[in-house]
Design a protein around this ligand. Structure first.
Ligand code: AHG
Ligand code: MN
Ligand code: MN
Length: 324
């Protein structure tokens, strides 16, 4: 069997869909992949080297920063700043947008990322990941906040790396969703999941049920339909892992607004948008607390939060039916 590496795959997709491409996008993906391999190496050795535990700092979100959060963020920032094709970035661990000017040379890409998703699971050797969202800006567009913060429907690519029993990359450039598995013996991500489509229906629902009493009546009613409707509950608590399972097996995930997190907990630009882009590309739905498409949300600031519901068409429609 011919094994296809991720870079070969990106090349063939570019030839097919954007034959006049300059190579900037391939170069960006290459550096993202290198970042993920470096992060993956540290995640795999986390119990052996001194990289577990907290840094003692609190981030802009008011959360404890873990050493791996910090490490993953610095790897991503370094690579994205130096790859020469990124002009601005936003990270969960950076308070403000970062504008990058490489000696007057400006790249055409903006990237948002969650360097390490699922921090609460790090110590327990449970799957965690890195999520990314990519936009294009042309040379003449001023790098103002308004031009950088755009609706998710304008993403040109999105994806995630999952550091699980195996390390995977799942990405889309708007022409289907493809999954690659890192083969450590050759050091490459090889195509393992071609043109992923989410099943139209699935038996799992995924929520943090401990928040039930803090949800609005509509969300309680929606979740009740699954709890008492013959479904089975799965909740990892790493969004990227809960997403990956939902993508492959079908079903639904919801993190609604609650009394503590009035706008939801998950972040639009580097969690909900990239995953919604993938979900729609795979034939599923991704909506907010009004039942509207996540990808149509106009971002207000880099760390904006949103209620986030996604999954198989049948289950998301069922959830939406509880909104009345
Ligand atoms: P992060 O680790 O990047 O801060 O993200 C945490 C998120 C997400 O991964 C997960 O799905 C969610 O928080 C879990 O929240 P609860 O612990 O409130 O269920
Ligand atoms: Mn996260
Ligand atoms: Mn994170």
């Amino acid at each position: 069997m011919a094994e296809i590496s991720v870079i070969e795959h990106i090349h063939s997709m570019q030839l097919k869909w954007s034959p006049t491409a300059t190579g900037q996008f391939t170069s960006l993906l290459h550096d993202l992949i290198l970042s993920a391999k470096i992060i993956s190496r540290s995640v795999t050795k986390a119990g052996l080297v001194d990289i577990l535990g907290g840094t003692g700092n609190i981030n802009i979100q008011g959360e404890q920063v873990q050493k791996l959060d910090d490490f993953a963020n610095s790897v991503m920032i370094y690579r994205m700043k130096n790859c020469g094709v990124v002009c601005a970035l936003g990270s969960e661990e950076e308070e403000e947008l970062v504008i990058i000017d490489n000696a007057g040379e400006r790249g055409n890409y903006v990237i948002f990322f969650d360097p390490l998703d699922g921090s609460s699971n790090i110590e327990a050797n449970v799957s965690i990941g890195t999520i990314f969202s990519i936009y294009r800006v042309d040379d003449n567009t001023a790098l103002t906040k308004e031009n950088i913060l755009r609706k998710g429907s304008e993403q040109v690519a999105a994806g995630y790396f999952l550091y699980g029993p195996s390390t995977m990359l799942v990405y889309s450039t708007g022409h289907g969703v493809y999954g690659f598995t890192l083969d450590p013996s050759v050091g490459e991500f090889l195509l393992s999941h071609e043109n992923i489509k989410i099943p139209e229906t699935g038996k799992y629902y995924s929520v943090n049920a401990a928040n039930y009493d803090k949800w609005a009546k509509e969300d309680q009613r929606a979740v009740d339909m699954f709890t008492h409707g013959g479904y089975s509950l799965r909740y990892v608590g790493s969004l990227v892992a809960d997403f990956h399972r939902t993508l492959l097996y079908g079903g639904i995930y919801s993190y609604p607004a609650d009394m503590k997190n009035k706008n939801g907990k998950l972040r639009l630009l580097y969690e909900a948008n990239p995953l919604s882009f993938l979900m729609e590309q795979a034939g599923g739905l991704a909506v907010n607390g009004q039942g509207n498409r996540i990808l149509e949300t106009m971002p207000e600031h880099v760390h904006m939060r949103t209620p986030f519901i996604f999954g198989s068409v049948r289950e998301v429609e069922k959830y939406r039916s509880a909104f009345g």
